[in-house]
Design a protein around this ligand. Structure first.
Ligand code: CMC
Length: 429
């Protein structure tokens, strides 16, 4: 076999251009057009970046046709069964599963950095009690930059570990405090004796006179939820974090931008949209078939369905569906929204509209059932997604920072007016 590097040839206007080709470790092929404009004056056009490889990355592999998702090479099914959220976060960010000693030390660091600066707590008073928790999360995460000037420029892996411990630990405190504020409840400070997920549930649900005791299965379900959201390669919020980070913006501000990108109903806001949709269908007694017909007439989208990458099934949706069943079983409860979601899935998967477009349940379709069962209100669902996605955002920010990536700056095809003369205001019609 020839060792000659592969190239692709582009012919335009009678001229040919040789373009280098990059091949990934799982065989994906990317044509390198980074010098195309310099050599030919041409740019590529790819609205929504649906076919653009923006970077090389070692973190997460997705094969949407086969329904494969792996973090640093490990299948998501194995991680989901065997790992904890914190081990998963360390794997994503630092590249390897931690040893017991590394994990123990990192857990200690999470406890050491779980408190917010008391001055930062006053920020919560500035928000209306019905303010959206995603707005609060984005603002307070960005404000961390003011309180940690020592972590704005990262100098080596130990320093990064300190920044990571601060952010992963504090995001949980910020999220829980935004919920307490919305409920008019006093803040419950984190308890350093508790592990990550239990500590979060404690800050959310303990009362000064009664400490919260998680019911059977609750901690495992939360951990699984977070693991399954932890990374998904170059999705919109991850690409946002990478883009902001490419200007050498600090980690806190870059992550805050990721929270904003995640907020929208087509991304992390879809989990709450699913529950609102199912609740509406139940409350108004809309037959599932009738709802799907309206989706097909494009009155609205079926939330929690479809994915830019998965054209077969989303492995996370399968795991979350099982987890929702198990949690409800452990709690000795049923949820009619779960029954409705399953009826909807079955009807959609037997309908040509959804089959032809390869629309399957995505990560958001069943996740809300778990959050509801845990007692998390719908307005907090995208915040929960953010806590889960944080390790992915950090891992990608760090990968870019280490690689010293160029500032991200796409081009455009300009379609506006050509040069024209300025019209004085007195002559404008
Ligand atoms: N319901 C009805 N039709 C849909 C849906 C849906 N949920 N999703 C895609 N389609 C149709 C779409 O109308 C289009 O049809 P046509 O070719 O006839 O015009 C075709 O499928 C392709 O859609 P697209 O908009 O080109 O697909 P996309 O890759 O740009 O969008 C998506 C992906 C996830 C934004 C989209 O499927 C969607 O809006 N889903 C609902 C929102 C949702 O569940 N989002 C969570 C995504 S997964 C987690 C995350 O990223 O946060």
């Amino acid at each position: 076999m020839s060792n000659k590097p592969k190239t692709a040839t582009l012919t335009y206007d009678g001229k040919s251009y040789e373009l280098p080709v990059h091949v990934g470790s799982e065989g994906e092929v990317g044509i390198d057009i980074s010098c195309l404009r310099k050599d030919s004056g041409l740019i590529t056009f790819d609205p929504g970046y649906a076919n653009t490889g923006s970077c090389k990355s070692n973190i997460t592999f997705v094969d949407g046709e086969k329904g494969i998702l792996r973090y640093r090479g490990y299948p998501i099914e194995e991680i989901a069964e065997k790992s904890t959220f914190i081990e998963t976060a360390m794997l994503l960010i630092f590249g390897e599963l931690p040893t017991q000693a590394e994990l123990t030390r990192f857990r200690e660091m999470l406890s050491e950095h779980e408190l917010l600066n008391e001055d930062l707590l006053h920020h919560f008073d500035g928000f209306p009690s019905n303010g959206d928790p995603m707005s609060i999360l984005s603002a307070v995460v960005s404000a961390l930059s003011c309180y940690h000037p020592d972590l704005l420029k990262i100098d080596g892996e130990d320093h990064m570990r300190l920044a990571v411990a601060n952010l992963i630990s504090k995001i949980r405190t910020i999220a829980a405090f935004s919920y307490r504020k919305s409920m008019g409840l006093p803040f419950m400070y984190p308890d350093p004796k508790l592990r990550y997920c239990v500590n979060f549930l404690h800050m959310m649900f303990s009362l000064p006179f009664k400490l919260y005791e998680p019911p059977l299965g609750a901690v495992r379900a939360l951990s699984l939820f977070l693991i399954l959201h932890a990374d998904h390669e170059q999705n919109c919020s991850c690409s946002t974090v990478r883009m902001v980070g490419s200007t050498q913006t600090n980690l806190f501000a870059s992550v805050s931008a990721g929270v904003s990108a995640l907020w929208g109903p087509l991304h992390g806001g879809a989990n709450s949209a699913v529950i609102r949709m199912l609740t509406l269908i139940r409350n108004e007694g809309i037959p599932v078939r009738e709802y799907l017909e309206r989706v097909k007439k494009r009155e609205f989208r079926l939330m929690g369905f479809g994915h830019r990458i998965y054209k077969n099934f989303d492995p996370r949706a399968k795991l979350l569906k099982n987890a929702a069943h198990n949690l409800l079983l452990n709690l000795g409860r049923s949820d009619e929204l779960l029954d409705l979601a399953q009826e909807m899935e079955e009807a959609a998967l037997n309908d040509d509209y959804f089959v032809e477009r390869s629309l399957y349940p995505n990560v958001d379709f069943y996740s809300g059932i778990i959050l509801r069962a845990l007692g998390v209100p719908v307005s907090m669902f995208p915040v929960m997604f953010s806590i889960g996605r944080l390790p992915g955002w950090i891992a990608h920010w760090y990968e870019d920072a280490q690689a010293g990536t160029r500032i991200h700056r796409p081009r455009q095809i300009y379609t506006g007016p050509q040069r024209r003369s300025y019209v004085p205001i007195s002559q404008r019609k």
